[in-house]
Design a binder for this molecule. Structure first.
Ligand code: HPA
Length: 270
């Protein structure tokens, strides 16, 4: 895996030597933040040898390098998911690469279903912690010593420092964000109402199919991580409605203006 990471890195370095400070992963429907930055280079995932390419419709697949304000950032416009059939180590490869490119801070975003009854579709949730009991750890397998230790601590996956910055930035943007625990399931099916009741009793506030595994891999490398979920729908059984991907995308589109303002502000303060 470390050799694969190094060859992907070499392939990117042949196209750009841009050194980001912050890495940002844009979730479903949130990808157009990338259009707000001063772009210096883009690299399509398909042009990186050995790189996992997303198969989900509506997900672009590229790294965008540039400046948000005066901060050098790399943006993943589109991610790969475990449910696409990739191994967990391939799923987290792009985030690890952002770390190897030089990013020390990672902002993860996603679309998620709301479990907490105080949430509504269209809310933004600051991720304070996560539960990944439903998915294999991306750290299973021989430990990559060059990246981190065998048994990494996970007691503060989402940096309190960065979480405070998101809170303050949100207030300045006139946004009242929710906060809570993100539960990752494998997907691609949405959950059953019984699974959502279980996740609620576990202490989950929102549910999705990404992010937590990336956060774990980033923490393993010692990167500072924060996360924001866009609550695109209430989870199965919380709302009586049937769930569909179109609704997820439509809500993400509606929130996109507020989301972009918040992300720009967070990057400038980080
Ligand atoms: N469940 C899982 N993933 C999701 C959901 C959901 O309800 N909404 C958006 N992504």
């Amino acid at each position: 895996m470390y050799n694969k990471l190094q060859s992907c890195l070499k392939s990117i370095r042949e196209k750009t030597d841009f050194k980001p400070e912050v890495g940002l992963v844009l979730g479903s429907g949130l990808g157009d933040f990338a259009e707000t930055i001063k772009t210096e280079a883009t690299v399509e995932y398909k042009d990186i040898e050995g790189f996992p390419v997303s198969t989900v419709k509506g997900h672009k697949g590229r790294f965008v390098f540039g400046y948000s304000g005066d901060i050098p950032v790399v943006i993943m416009q589109g991610r790969v998911h475990y449910y696409e059939g990739y191994s967990m180590s391939d799923v987290v490869l792009p985030v690890r690469l952002m770390g190897l490119m030089g990013a020390k801070k990672i902002i993860l975003t996603n679309a998620a279903g709301g479990i907490n009854p105080k949430f509504s579709a269209g809310d933004l949730m600051i991720i304070t912690d996560h539960i990944t009991t439903g998915v294999p750890s991306p750290l299973i397998g021989p430990n990559i010593e060059e990246l981190g230790t065998r048994f990494p601590d996970m007691s503060e996956v989402y940096s309190r420092r960065m979480t405070d910055i998101i809170r303050k930035s949100a207030a300045e943007c006139g946004i009242a964000p929710k906060e809570g625990v993100y539960v990752q399931f494998t997907g691609p099916n949405y959950e059953t109402p019984a699974e959502i009741r279980m996740a609620s009793r576990w202490g989950g506030d929102a549910v999705g199919m990404s992010t937590a595994c990336e956060a774990m891999a980033a923490r393993h490398m010692g990167l500072e991580v924060c996360g924001i979920s866009c609550i695109t729908n209430m989870a199965a059984g919380i709302s009586q409605n049937m769930l569909n991907h179109k609704e997820v995308q439509e809500t993400a589109d509606k929130v996109s203006g507020r989301f972009k303002a918040l992300i720009s502000k967070v990057i400038s303060e980080i």
